[in-house]
Design a protein around this ligand. Structure first.
Ligand SMILES: CC(C)(COP(=O)(O)OP(=O)(O)OC[C@H]1O[C@@H](n2cnc3c(N)ncnc32)[C@H](O)[C@@H]1OP(=O)(O)O)[C@@H](O)C(=O)NCCC(=O)NCCS
Length: 151
């Protein structure tokens, strides 16, 4: 009889862009946005990475997902670069990352979250209480739509 497989352990971390874990977050983004989606590496990493907050999800010790949070003004923050490795999708990692950055934003007094969603994942964000607004637009060659959520 084979022993039951242990349940995967999900660990979340939130850190500033000056911390060494940024390298692990960028590796996840490189896999998802550059290798999988073909986004230009020159625009994938930008000037915000060093000055914003980053969330990382580790599954059994391996980094599998990330997101970032940029404070725009006293009450508004922008979520971006939400990415989960293909093999780790569909098991709640993306949702856990979103809840982590939302909880942090709420604690900081943020009342409005904005993000630019790739159109094919609008249902993922709608599921998390974000509302699409405005026209579809092209960014990095991919169709996007602005979404917001009041906290
Ligand atoms: C979008 C993405 C981050 C979702 O991550 P994930 O870990 O697979 O999502 P989760 O498993 O946490 O899903 C959370 C919920 O959203 C739903 N969901 C996830 N992706 C969905 C999609 N594409 N369409 C509709 N619902 C979706 C899940 O069914 C789940 O519902 P539940 O809470 O009732 O179980 C991931 O698919 C990804 O990295 N995609 C490629 C990169 C990308 O497009 N990023 C977004 C840039 S704007």
């Amino acid at each position: 009889m084979t022993a039951p497989r242990p349940t995967s352990q999900l660990v979340l971390d939130l850190f500033a862009g000056t911390e060494p874990q940024l390298r692990e977050a960028l590796e996840v983004r490189e896999s998802v946005f550059i290798r999988e989606q073909g986004i230009d590496p020159d625009i994938e990493i930008d000037e915000f990475d060093a000055i914003c907050w980053h969330a990382l999800a580790y599954l059994d010790g391996e980094p599998v997902g990330t997101a970032r949070l940029i404070m725009e003004d006293r009450f508004t923050a922008r979520i971006g670069r939400v990415a989960v490795l293909a093999e780790a999708r569909g098991s709640g990692v993306g949702k856990a990352l979103m809840r982590l950055v939302e909880d942090y934003a709420r604690r900081e007094g943020i009342t409005r979250l904005v993000l630019d969603a790739q159109v094919q994942v609008i249902p993922f964000y709608e599921h998390l209480a974000y509302t699409a607004e405005g026209e579809v637009f092209l960014d990095a060659g991919i169709l996007h739509r602005r979404m917001t959520r009041m906290l």
